[in-house]
Design a protein around this ligand. Structure first.
Ligand code: SAH
Length: 246
């Protein structure tokens, strides 16, 4: 039977013996995230859904559900889940659903319409954003990582993320404005064009200037009809936001 053949193909891709496909493995991570202060149920539901081990090299897959960053090649890392949770929670805080969801399929309505992510890396945070938003545009400066992210997202059947290879410091003016912008790289002043590409009512969450060695401020900027407000929402550490693409 065709259905049986498809199911068999799916089973063959699964790492044998690790049990990483099990929802229980992800629910343990969700419980840890909750204990570390991630309280937004929509964010937790996204973590419960996306299979993080499909975004890391198979040699590291057995560490995929620990609260740790892991190398993804090219000197870059997949961010620690609790930090990603903190960023997404800040992005969604105070927002209700943006549109009707497919309740019959058990999915929640998207909270955001159009999101811009800077620093796709392996595509894991983009996959989480894809659960929370209607459309995600994600920019990665390392071409080989952009390719890897596209492959990872396709393998996880994520269809609403558009991965672009380029310098995320320029944003994506032709695809904006965005009602949310999130960056996974920082260390300096935020590029002014990001604020220009933020819709009225939108929010930007990004690592800003380095406060001291190894610590950056987490900046939250809201765009109002009359201007922007900016606040600091904690301390984080992300890889540097570099210029140009390679
Ligand atoms: N969101 C990723 C995190 C990847 S780490 C995840 O889920 O794991 C941050 C990424 O930002 C790296 O891949 C790095 O290459 C990328 N980056 C750094 N500066 C950038 C820039 N100017 N434009 C786009 N991507 C950038």
């Amino acid at each position: 039977m065709v259905q049986g053949a498809v199911a068999d193909a799916g089973r063959q891709r699964t790492p044998v013996g690790l049990g990483l496909d099990s929802a229980t493995v992800r629910s343990r991570m969700v419980a840890r995230l909750r204990s570390l202060g991630v309280a937004d149920e929509r964010v937790l539901a996204a973590f419960a859904r996306v299979e993080r081990h499909r975004f890391v090299d198979s040699a590291l897959a057995n560490q995929a559900y620990e609260d740790t960053s892991l190398p993804i090649g090219f000197g870059q890392t997949i961010s620690k889940p609790s930090i990603v949770g903190q960023m997404l929670q800040a992005l969604l805080e105070g927002r209700s659903a943006a549109g009707a969801g497919n309740e019959a399929a058990g999915s929640r309505p998207p909270v955001l319409r159009r999101v811009l992510e800077i620093g796709t890396g392996c595509g894991y945070q983009a996959a989480l954003l894809a659960v929370l938003a209607e459309q995600v545009v994600s920019i990665e400066r390392v071409g080989a990582l952009a390719e890897k992210a596209r492959a990872n997202l396709a393998a996880s059947l994520v269809r609403n993320v558009h991965v672009m290879h380029g310098d995320g410091r320029l944003g994506a003016p032709e695809l904006g404005p965005f009602d949310a912008i999130v960056s996974a790289a920082g260390g300096d002043e935020l590029p002014a064009v990001w604020l220009e590409q933020l819709a009225v009512g939108g929010r930007l969450v990004a690592p800003g200037a380095e406060l001291r060695a190894g610590v950056q401020e987490l900046v939250v900027v809201d765009r109002h009809p009359s201007g922007v407000t900016r606040r600091l929402a904690g301390e984080v550490y992300f890889v540097p936001l570099k210029s140009g693409a390679e």
